[in-house]
Write a protein that binds this ligand. Structure first.
Ligand code: FPP
Length: 258
């Protein structure tokens, strides 16, 4: 037993982060990631931006595997924002094709590993092929519970709040809800992530330090972790560093240390 306990040591003055181990009881339940820096990664190599997105898919594969291995319950990744439609048509099409390709290629392994695939955002605006593949992935993995992989597509935090307001207003107009009964739980329940706990940890690589309209309601008390590498270079060791840093954080949710 002592041997087991000493394996889960925390980084401290005599131990580097590389030597420290993850503590299963202190891992975040829900990790959110802004997969940023694909374009810059490609630019640095003289490659087209799409090559960066393709390399970004490899990073995603590695991180999904790590989350399964380490018992993370939910992973939400930002793959396409409501603002990304402003990009050149060629890049948008390439991203949508990558999504279809990703689902087709990864679904067997995701199923085998017990991953449940979900998507959040205004999905109705996505191309038909993307919607069909997402629906298939959702249907075929609905019974899985090891990891929920939540892919944000045509997602915007403000759009999500608008959609939540519309849903709640619809309930009020239908006479199912009184305005005075609207509270934070009602709003939370009307979000795309209504049945999920808020992220415990948000990771943003690429050196940018902003939320970029991601999960605006849900991130209210989330721990933030930024990395100076581009998403295509992000691997399980980088995730491990983020999780080790998270283990050191003291979460008070506006209260006092107990
Ligand atoms: C941000 O980097 C990344 C995106 C807009 C797309 C993220 C998509 C993937 C990682 C691959 C596709 C996802 C799936 C689920 C198949 P950027 O292009 O804004 O990079 P930059 O800031 O360096 O230009």
């Amino acid at each position: 037993m002592a041997g087991f306990l000493t394996r889960w040591l925390r980084p401290g003055p005599t131990m580097t982060a590389e030597e420290a181990e993850l503590e299963p009881g202190k891992l975040p339940r829900h990790v959110a990631i802004i997969m940023d820096g694909n374009g810059r990664w490609a630019g640095k190599r003289g490659l087209p931006r799409v090559a960066g997105h393709r390399a970004g898919v490899e990073a995603l594969r590695d991180i999904v595997r790590a989350c399964v291995d380490w018992g993370i319950a939910i992973l939400t990744v930002y793959a396409f924002s409501t603002e990304n439609w402003k990009r050149p048509q060629e890049e948008i099409e390439a991203l949508m094709n990558l999504l279809v390709e990703y689902v087709r290629r990864e679904l067997p392994e995701l199923k085998e590993k017990g991953v449940q695939v979900r998507a959040i955002g205004r999905l109705e605006a996505l191309p038909l092929a993307a919607r069909e593949e997402l629906a298939r992935a959702r249907r075929e993995t609905a019974g899985n519970s090891r990891l929920i992989l939540n892919v944000a597509l045509n997602y915007g935090g403000r759009a999500e709040l608008v959609d939540a307001c519309r849903r709640v207003t619809g309930e009020v107009l239908a006479g199912k809800l009184r305005p005075e009964d609207i509270d934070e739980d009602v709003i939370k329940g009307a979000l795309y992530t209504g049945d999920l706990p808020d992220p415990d940890l948000l990771i943003r690589p690429s050196g940018e330090m902003r939320l970029s309209n991601f999960l605006l309601w849900q991130l209210a008390y989330t721990e933030l972790w930024f990395a100076d590498i581009y998403w295509p270079d992000f691997r399980r060791e980088n995730l491990r560093q983020a999780l080790l840093a998270y283990q050191q954080r003291e979460r008070r949710f506006g209260g006092l240390k107990i």
